[in-house]
Design a protein. Sequence first.
Length: 133
Amino acid sequence: IKITSINCNNNQRTFSVGDKLVISLGYLRKSNQLAGIIFGLQIINEKGDILSVIDSRYSNIGISLRKKGVIKCKVENILLNSGNYRFNIYVGANNQTCDFIENAMEFNIRGYNQNIFKGKPEKGIVVFNYKWE
């Protein structure tokens, strides 16, 4: 399996905390003898730290691929604080990595979705949607 294209929200690169992300990965399947197919994203900060791994094997879905197509990963609201980030992207099958793209896409978080966040947290890497009672 080869990753052939990467797109996030129709080529959007700047988001607000709380925005929805849809990462679309184009692929080409080269073999019919594939088992245990996984797709994954690593979110990396400016220092090179892996902040999160979004891996299809933990979603309890079986992935069945056509010869050529697009698979999407939807993140309902991104909770990273303002800053610059990037994705590493990988795909695997038969217990081995088929393709890995380091620094596949860069994106920025600037500002806050005011429908979700009333204030502006300025410290830390992750922003939680919380309330005190």
